[in-house]
Design a protein around this ligand. Structure first.
Ligand SMILES: [Zn+2]
Length: 320
């Protein structure tokens, strides 16, 4: 068995012609997301990006499908229909809150659900303010400066009637008639980072103890599987006609087998994989062989590393 305390992935992914994340629309023009970032020399760049919220949503959806119908990965009533409010929208949980439970009891209750445990929640109903911090964390996927480009493309929904704008107001609001629109497509290399705090699976951060009856090993395996699927099939916006062309995914996966952070350096730094290994080498002098770094040169190699870990992994358990 391989014990995992913390696991990190840094990946440089080449995606073409996608529109996975947009700011919204102005008229018939859809605006892509653009962010300002600093490179390793401190120079500022404006680049296309996909929010961490979107990446986490993609991963959570893959986890939901893995957990659905699996008795070892229970879901609350709200997560069973992938409600974004998670347990807060579960009527049984709302009833439970009326009994004025303590924050420890609220978190223990959240831990009974696989998605509330692994993806987190913030309970504010019934004068509560009880957080469950997510076990999995994502950063934004950020376009690597000078390696990413956005273009706007013209499209038309053709109407044989060829009236560009319906004369009837009712038809216009009903999305009837011919419509023209501009939609962005982004192509380039993206820096992606993600992290898993495996030791915290099923762990109540307030009482500092593990909840009873949680299959922690099964939850870790499902979480790693959903993380792999996020790279294999990045869902998100506008996939019906702009399913991203995944050309390449390369980078490094690191993990620690006991309390120590798994080194993570952004692929915005071209030397990230080498530097992650160097950080691990230094940390392994403090605690021998506590950190492993596994580079991957393709999505196939990442899948190989992940499937080996999924077969063999168990989450680190704090001795209490
Ligand atoms: Zn839930």
């Amino acid at each position: 068995m391989t014990t995992i305390y913390n696991l990190s992935i840094a990946a440089n992914a080449t995606l073409n012609m996608h529109s996975l994340n947009n700011e919204g629309g102005e008229g018939n023009q859809i605006q892509t997301r653009v962010v300002t970032i600093a490179d390793s020399e401190g120079r500022l760049h404006s680049v296309n990006a996909i929010s961490g919220d979107m990446l986490k949503h993609i991963q959570a959806e893959h986890l939901y499908y893995l957990a659905k119908g699996d008795a070892d990965l229970p879901l609350c009533k709200a997560c069973a229909i992938f409600d974004a409010n998670r347990m807060s929208a579960d009527p049984d949980f709302q009833q439970f809150l009326k009994g004025k439970p303590t924050p420890v009891q609220v978190v223990d209750r959240l831990l009974t659900c696989t998605l509330d445990d692994l993806e987190g929640n913030l309970v504010t109903q019934g004068n509560q303010s009880v957080p469950r911090k997510s076990v999995v964390e994502f950063g934004w996927a950020i376009g690597i400066p000078e390696s990413v480009s956005t273009e706007q493309y013209f499209h038309v929904k053709y109407d044989p009637d060829r009236r560009e704008i319906p004369t009837e107001k009712k038809e216009r609001s009903g999305n009837l008639g011919q419509a023209i629109f501009h939609r962005p497509a982004n192509s380039g290399q993206y820096a992606i980072i993600a992290s898993v705090e495996a030791s915290r699976i099923g762990f109540n951060d307030i009482s500092q103890s593990y909840a009873a009856g949680v299959n922690r090993e099964k939850r870790l395996k499902a979480l790693l599987e959903s993380l792999l699927y996020t790279f294999v099939q990045p869902s998100g916006a506008m996939r019906n006609t702009q399913n991203p062309h995944i050309v390449d995914v390369r980078g490094a996966l690191s993990y620690s087998t006991a309390p120590a952070p798994a080194p993570l350096i952004s692929p915005l730094n071209g030397d990230f994989a080498t530097e992650m290994q160097q950080v691990a080498d230094a940390m392994n002098v403090i605690h021998q062989d506590r950190i492993q770094v596994l580079p991957f040169g393709s999505l196939a190699e990442l899948a190989q590393i992940m499937q080996t870990l999924i077969a063999d992994a168990q989450p680190y358990t704090f001795t209490l």
